[in-house]
Write a protein that binds this ligand. Structure first.
Ligand code: NAG
Ligand code: NAG
Length: 251
């Protein structure tokens, strides 16, 4: 049990790092400046600065008392807190729209629900992919193996923590109902994957999470932990697919 616990902590830590990779990969919207619609002259509340309007994706930009009404590219919202040297149109999760909820109608394309933004791809049983839309074109990304895209945080999280994901259907594993003994460690149970001896599930409060022992290792039922693949019976050497942060054009 002690060995298993050390391994589990190591794996949890590793996965946290994987998730941070994704989080850091999110970049500011890359928007050509011509994408902002030029618009009518308007009154300025102050001589210089950017000011919110009644809608969440519109704003007034003032320079030397001359104001212009502007509209963010579809899918992005005006962030009054953005510094003057930053592009003021940002992703919805970074913008507070309280009191100015209206936005322009979505300009969907074949690939994207909006011109810009991050969106989940697939249904509740296929939660591992998402798209980044740039000017209406979708770039597809894969979450690290076993993780699911969370549209509320723009992160890849454990599938049981993502409301739009059916963790059991996505991972293809349902935790067996067993009588749990009380105590912290008993809340965690491990099961070798029925289809792949290098992978295993940890059931936490009866919800599964998928782990990969890694190249050269396999899950050993006898010690309830990852072990050298040569020590695990009936586990032929596997070639490891390269999971991770792949970027592909959709079309
Ligand atoms: C959003 O803005 C409103 C009004 O300015 C404020 O009351 C609220 O606390 C803000 N919410 C967050 C999450 O910052
Ligand atoms: C395989 O098992 C032996 C004996 O228990 C152990 O000494 C060895 O470290 C194991 N191999 C790996 C790679 O863990």
């Amino acid at each position: 049990m002690k060995t298993f616990f050390v391994v589990a902590v190591f794996l949890l830590f590793k996965s946290e790092a994987q998730r941070n990779d994704f989080y850091n990969a999110r970049t500011s919207p890359q928007v050509p400046i011509t994408k902002q619609s030029p618009a009518s002259k308007v009154h300025c509340p102050e001589k210089n600065g950017r000011f919110p309007t009644g809608s969440c994706d519109g704003y007034i930009e003032c320079e030397d008392g001359v104001g212009e009404e502007k509209l963010c590219p579809d899918g992005l919202l005006f962030n009054a807190a953005a510094g003057i040297f930053h592009f003021p149109c940002q992703y919805p999760i970074d913008v507070n729209c309280t009191g100015r909820a209206a936005t322009q109608p979505p300009q969907a394309t074949d690939e994207c629900p909006h011109q810009y933004g991050y969106f989940r791809l697939g249904d509740a049983a296929n939660c591992g992919q998402f798209i980044n839309c740039v000017d209406g074109h979708a770039f597809v990304f894969n979450c690290p193996e076993g993780l699911a895209f969370n549209a509320d945080s723009y992160r890849c999280d454990w599938p049981d923590e993502v409301p739009s994901c059916d963790a059991e259907a996505y991972l293809g594993f349902t935790c067996p109902q067993e009588n749990l003994k009380s105590g912290f460690l008993e809340e965690y149970r491990t099961y070798r994957s029925p289809s792949d001896c290098q992978r295993f599930y940890i059931c936490i409060n009866s919800r599964p999470r998928l782990y990969n022992c890694g190249e050269g290792y396999a899950f050993n039922d006898l010690i309830n932990a990852c072990d050298g693949i040569e020590n695990v019976t009936n586990c032929a050497s596997h070639s490891q697919p390269n999971y991770g942060f792949n970027k592909n054009k959709l079309h």
